[in-house]
Design a binder for this molecule. Structure first.
Ligand code: ATP
Length: 453
């Protein structure tokens, strides 16, 4: 006889301590769950079936330990939310649990209320997929993570939960994702959610400067250590000592600087360029890359040991085309931002305009969405954007992939031209402005637009 859906267990509790098992079962039932228990990792794997919506997993198990069990559970069901129970002050296990894909962790002893709040949130996220809205409706957004970020997409919500946890752990984080997916935006959010929020967040773009200048930017220099070093200057690692240092496009870190970064991440020690005094830093490093660092390790252009140092916790940000349910929320947020800046009353989208956005595949991700909305709102007198307002900006899609590539290339062309001038002038903004025939303000805008600030 097969079990009806109502009888089938939907929560798996994995703990070898029978008292805790019993306690959790009673509490789970009180909270409307249908629990099933397992006393070991192997038993958990056997007990897993499609009806299970979430797992509470103890770290210390008798056969395969909690982390291995977690990995195998996630292999079997990659989307399965797992809450890991770890020992008090066991930050290392917590980090490893997050690395292995745990949705969250709680340190023992924990409050039952906290556990069931987390489970309730997981259930809400899964059961109430956010409805994509059209035409002027205020989009219904997913639950807040406590920060400014929300998402209607299940995968992103899980990512946000991991991000929030990782923020508090003070470890190095690697953000991966295509250009324009929001890596810089996420890095700022992690900083804001971290215990370092009141300190500085200092971004450094690795490809923005030639090697010598980048070295001095990161580590500082002593007076006279190279031509133009007229005064001793502290580097970003010193300045961010209490805060967060964001290393953007880390894949472009020149080979000569990789050992120096590795040393500072391992030992927290470094020298200024031309200096002989050992300096210490306590900066938290968040790195981002839009290239496959694994491939760079394989072809020898990125050090493997550095890769593992940076990749303590990896947060992969999906491209916009894989989180289209977030389009209404992102569109509303971006339009709100534009309206605020221009002092306008704001805009809504017609149903056809929303559909046009949803049908597009967004090779340039959120940055491209932002550009499209900037331009569409600049060229209309009306408060409702129509499909026509957007169509020429999205024409690329109708013309197929080559045109989509063209849109992206334009953006990249601007970036390359700008970077070339910026590098040539050694990062001097006034000279860059003169060379490019634009105002200094535009140089700042370009730095911002290309995530180089
Ligand atoms: N969740 C979000 N809500 C609103 N705007 C966002 C969000 N995420 C990103 N953006 C906006 O999209 C643009 C691109 O984001 P960001 O610069 O963080 O991308 P990136 O992945 O760092 O890009 P790159 O790899 O090219 O440096 C930014 O202007 C940012 O403000």
């Amino acid at each position: 006889m097969s079990l009806s859906r109502e009888d089938q267990a939907n929560l798996l509790i994995v703990d070898d301590d029978e008292t805790i098992q019993r306690l959790l079962v009673i509490a789970a039932k009180d909270h409307g769950w249908r629990p099933r228990t397992a006393g070991s990792g192997m038993a958990a794997l056997e007990a897993l079936d499609d009806g299970i919506e979430a797992v509470v997993l103890d770290h210390g198990l008798p056969d395969i330990d909690g982390l291995q069990t977690l990995e195998r559970l996630r292999q079997a069901r990659p989307d399965l939310p797992v809450i890991m129970l770890t020992g008090l002050n066991d930050a290392e296990t917590a980090v490893r649990a997050l690395r292995a894909g745990a949705g969250d962790y709680l340190t023992k002893p924990f409050e039952l209320k906290r556990l069931f709040d987390l489970l309730r949130q997981i259930r809400q996220d899964r059961r109430e997929p956010v409805v994509a809205t059209v035409a002027g409706n205020v989009p219904k957004l997913g639950p807040s993570t406590g920060g400014g970020l929300r998402s209607a997409n299940t995968r992103v919500r899980e990512l946000l939960r991991r991000m929030e946890k990782a923020a508090s752990l003070d470890t190095t984080i690697l953000l991966t994702g295509e250009s324009g997916t929001g890596k810089t935006y996420f890095a700022r959010e992690i900083h804001r959610l971290s215990p370092r929020a009141a300190e500085d967040f200092i971004p450094v773009s690795c490809p923005a400067l030639p090697r010598e200048l980048l070295e001095s930017e990161l580590f500082g220099h002593e007076k006279g250590s190279f031509t133009g070093a007229t005064a001793t200057r502290a580097g970003r690692f010193e300045q961010a000592s209490k805060g967060t240092l964001f290393l953007d496009e880390i894949g472009d870190l020149p080979a000569e600087l990789q050992p120096k970064l590795l040393t500072v991440l391992q030992d927290r020690e470094f020298f200024r360029v031309g200096g002989n005094k050992i300096l210490r830093t306590n900066a938290r490093v968040i790195a981002a890359t839009n290239v496959d660092l694994h491939a760079k390790v394989a072809d020898g252009s990125f050090r493997e040991d550095l890769y593992y140092r940076l990749n303590i916790i990896e947060l992969p940000i999906p491209p916009l085309r894989e989180r289209k349910d977030d389009l209404p929320g992102l569109t509303a947020a971006i339009l709100g931002r534009i309206a605020g800046r221009r002092g306008s009353a704001g805009w809504t989208l017609s149903p056809n305009a929303s559909e046009a956005l949803a049908a597009y595949d967004w090779p340039g991700n959120i940055r491209q969405l932002e550009n499209v909305l900037e331009r569409a709102t600049a060229f209309t007198e009306r408060s409702e954007l129509s499909e026509k307002d957007l169509v020429t900006l999205l024409e690329a899609r109708r013309d197929g992939p080559s045109a989509a590539a063209k849109v992206r290339t334009l953006h990249e062309l601007e970036r390359e031209t700008f970077l070339e001038a910026y590098r040539r002038t050694g990062g001097n903004k006034a000279r860059t402005a003169r060379e490019l025939g634009v105002s200094e303000r535009t140089v700042y805008n370009l730095l911002e637009r290309h995530g180089l600030k």
